[in-house]
Design a binder for this molecule. Structure first.
Ligand code: ARG
Length: 464
């Protein structure tokens, strides 16, 4: 840790007393905001370059600032940089070191800038990079879901409503349902990126600066689409971080549904899938246990991420313009959301190819619960019965099946005809599971033919 008295602090000029040691530690953010170092340095290089272009800094000044900042980056990356909480945050740690390295010129870097527009710029640069990584991880998971859907396009399983067997569906169709959720989640992240990618730098503390800055040039250097048009808004709002956490929360809400199903499916009661050992752990007391830890943890992390969304919303609520120190509290929830969302996407991306559907067990389960009852009703409609009457007829046949432990497909033609004389031998074509899924052959339906088409369409969208 560097040793510094308050008069050596970068803002120490108007202070005479030392900062209370507890307050110093309490107000410092360097322990967590140091992860912004790369973006801080990138922003500073762009700022110095812009100041040089408009004639505020000389070419020589700029060259030594840039080389000093590059040295700092390598010091940080080789773990030789001494972070100090006395220097409060990442910005002042870096600026202080710059002056140590290059002397007086280092003090010119902060011309026409404030930590308020600096930090807002850093977070946006950071989040933009992370969004790109998160979108890639989402694509990877989607690609694996689509592959699984293709492999299991013909695999029959029960579809549920109210967690009761409803109608037979295909496993591939189920995989593609998850893919659709992720597709929308990804679109929300991409939309959020547009609003992240606007430049606050140049807003200075709150009102702009007296120097002849070129903000469009800074934006161009940093790859921002445009500048934030109002300086007060630019330094104070963190709505882009809220948007990100909202999109992340919804993505995790979807992944928690996904997790819940995997957990159920891997249980002895369902017995729908085999989850490889790599995604499970054992119990320290019950030797027989194989617990689906990865999906359970993803389900659990959903609560934490929704919590971060609540923190950020509440952080911003009622804050008067412009910057307030409250905003230092934006980072930990944001960073934790990024880290955990990436972890969940990565773990699921790895796990999905390893989910092994137990085809026989799925098939047997689909046969239970009269899953082709709607098919029989639709059959009777095609033979001229109004749907409500057909519903009534099938309900009676199901009652018979319950009493005699027979599936509809296991009843004799005579028995079925006892419920309607419109029934003939061809009824058995619609009562099979294969016939049932194949009949739902329209866009969005579960028929294997449709699943195969949907796989191609989903892959095209992924632009793989
Ligand atoms: N560490 C601060 C933050 O994260 C940087 C901005 C500080 N600005 C100030 N006026 N104290 O928000």
């Amino acid at each position: 840790m560097n040793d510094q008295s308050s008069s050596e602090k970068l803002w120490g000029g108007r202070f005479t007393g030392d900062t209370n040691a507890f307050v110093e530690a309490f107000t410092a953010s360097v322990n967590f905001d140091k992860r912004l170092y790369k973006h801080d340095i990138r922003g500073s290089i762009a700022h110095a370059t812009m100041l040089t272009k408009v004639g505020v800094l000389s070419e020589d000044d700029c060259a030594s600032i840039v080389s000093g900042l590059e040295t700092i980056q390598s010091e940080i990356e080789s773990d030789q940089f001494q972070w100090s909480i006395k220097l409060e945050d990442v910005h002042m740690n870096i600026e202080h070191r710059l002056t140590q390295l290059i002397g007086e010129v280092g003090k010119k870097l902060h011309t026409g800038r404030s930590r308020n527009d600096q930090v807002a710029t850093d977070i946006r640069l950071y989040l933009r990079d992370e969004l790109d990584l998160i979108i890639e991880l989402c694509q990877r998971l989607q690609a694996n879901l689509i592959n699984k859907a293709e492999q299991e396009a013909n695999t029959i399983m029960p579809g549920f409503t109210h967690l009761q067997v409803a109608q037979p569906i295909t496993f591939g169709h189920h995989m593609l349902a998850w893919n659709e959720m992720l597709e929308r989640d990804k679109a929300r992240l991409r939309d959020c990126r547009k609003r992240v990618n606007q430049l606050p730098l140049g807003s200075a503390a709150l009102a702009g600066t007296t120097f002849p800055i070129d903000r469009e040039y800074s934006a161009e250097l940093l790859g921002f689409d445009s500048i934030c048009v109002n300086s007060l808004d630019a330094v104070s709002d963190r709505d882009f971080a809220v948007e990100f956490c909202a999109a992340a929360s919804l993505m995790l809400v979807h992944m928690s549904r996904f997790s819940e199903e995997i957990i159920l499916w891997a249980s002895a009661q369902f017995d729908f899938i085999d989850l490889p050992d790599a995604y499970c752990t054992g119990s320290s007391i019950m030797p027989q246990k194989k617990n689906p830890d990865v999906p359970e943890l993803v389900r659990g992390k959903t609560g934490r991420i929704i919590g971060h969304l609540m923190s950020l919303l509440t952080l911003i609520k009622s804050q008067p313009l412009a910057y307030n120190k409250d905003n230092q509290e934006d980072k930990e929830p944001l960073f934790d959301t990024v880290d955990n969302l990436k972890g969940c996407l990565f773990a699921f991306g790895d796990m999905v190819p390893e989910i092994l559907p137990k085809r026989d067990s799925l098939y047997q389960a689909a046969k239970q619960g009269f899953s082709t009852a709607t098919d029989l009703a639709d059959y009777l409609v095609r033979k001229g019965l109004p749907f409500r009457d057909a519903h009534e007829v099938v309900g009676k046949a199901v009652k018979y099946g319950v009493d005699h432990q027979l599936d509809l497909s296991e009843m004799s033609l005579q028995t079925l005809q006892g419920y309607s004389d419109k029934i003939s031998q061809d009824v058995f074509d619609v009562l099979t599971l294969e016939g049932s899924v194949a009949a739902r052959n329209h866009p969005g339906g579960t028929a294997p033919e449709q699943v195969k088409k949907a796989v191609i369409a989903a892959r095209d969208k992924l632009e793989l």
